[in-house]
Design a protein around this ligand. Structure first.
Ligand SMILES: Nc1ncnc2c1ncn2[C@@H]1O[C@H](COP(=O)(O)OP(=O)(O)O)[C@@H](O)[C@H]1O
Ligand SMILES: [Mg+2]
Length: 317
């Protein structure tokens, strides 16, 4: 499949702070690419670089197989619609008046404007002042402004932020419909469940680094479910000699959050153990005469996997 966006080694430093660290993004054409990460992980900065609004410190960007450079930018941007950080739009103007500004700026037809308003279902509210719009309507107006130019690529930064479940569902339905018409959609969120069901590909950022890129199914496969050992004598399991060499020093790369064997009501829970390590642990426990009632894998939710990747203290929520 050809790519809508690829980046190589894309990096942004603010003084010494690395906000975006050597990203190799691959956004397939026609995809809904869910760009996930806690607040401050570098989503907006990345999207601004993709739009030529912020200059990369290092690295390359290709959009539809062409290099995005200061020289090519003017030619390429008309095919990209975007909404970054907050929905645009003047509160003292109506939805339609805001759209007219976009129309004039981009030299669009009245039909394009009407069609974009129709697509986001704002036609019946187009003559109301934007300051009286709900947040969901403002987000949809922002998307209409991005859509009016009939872009091949839509880059939307947290369009579901602050919306209630019905508002989120509306945006989700809209983006799925747009992707169905062949538009590539890159959409960011700090909340996994706002976008994982609509995204065909996920890219997950943690502290500026891409810690995962692939499908939802591939993300699930990456998870190693915790082992739950049900026993009346959990201390025997937690004995450092029993666990020696079997438990990773720090499970699954969680940033800053040590996650290791833990006491739970039924016994002990241990993350990140391979099959071989589990087999060895069981034989050690049996040899030591520890009473085992049950040893099982505890299913991990997608949310758990996301949290492990991005660090539980990462400001998600
Ligand atoms: N203009 C700027 N100057 C200095 N630091 C910035 C600037 N913009 C963003 N940052 C920092 O870069 C990091 C990533 O920010 P941002 O891209 O906004 O993250 P996100 O959109 O994922 O919340 C944060 O630590 C933020 O404070
Ligand atoms: Mg942001």
């Amino acid at each position: 499949m050809s790519a809508a966006i690829t980046t190589s080694n894309l990096t942004k430093r603010f003084k010494t702070h690395v906000a975006v660290d050597s990203l190799n993004l691959d956004v397939p054409q026609g995809a809904i690419y869910g760009f996930l990460g806690p607040n401050g992980s570098g989503k907006s900065t990345t999207m601004k670089m993709l739009l030529g609004l912020t200059r990369p410190t290092e690295g390359e960007i290709r959009v539809f197989e062409q290099d995005l450079t200061p020289a090519s930018r003017t030619r390429m941007l008309p095919s990209i619609g975007s909404m970054i950080e907050a929905p645009p739009g003047y509160g003292h103007l109506t939805g339609l008046e805001n759209m007219r500004i976009v129309q004039d700026m981009l030299d669009l037809s009245a039909v394009q404007i009407e069609h974009a308003l129709e697509t986001v279902r704002l036609t019946e509210h187009k003559n109301k002042l934007v300051r009286n719009y709900s947040l969901g309507m403002k987000q949809r107006l922002g998307i209409a402004m991005a859509l009016a130019r009939d872009p091949a690529l839509l880059i939307l930064d947290e369009p579901t932020n602050g919306l209630d479940p019905a508002g989120i569902e509306e945006i989700r339905t809209l983006l799925i419909r747009l992707a169905g018409h062949g538009i590539t959609v890159m959409v960011s969120s700090h909340l996994l469940d706002e976008i994982d069901r609509m995204a065909s590909t996920l890219g997950i950022l943690s502290a500026g680094r891409l810690v995962f890129q692939g499908t939802r199914a591939e993300l699930m496969e990456r998870s190693v479910p915790d082992i739950l050992i049900v026993t009346p004598t959990p201390q025997a399991v937690l004995d450092p000699q029993t666990l020696a060499g079997l438990v990773p020093a720090q499970a699954s790369g969680a940033s800053g959050q040590p996650s290791g064997p833990a006491l739970v009501p039924q016994g002990v829970r241990i993350p990140g153990m391979s099959k071989g390590a589990v087999a060895e642990l069981i034989s050690r426990l049996a040899a030591a005469g520890v009473e085992l009632h049950e040893v099982r894998r505890e299913a991990q939710s997608l949310e758990d996997v996301f949290m492990d990747l991005t660090g539980r203290g990462g400001g998600v929520l």
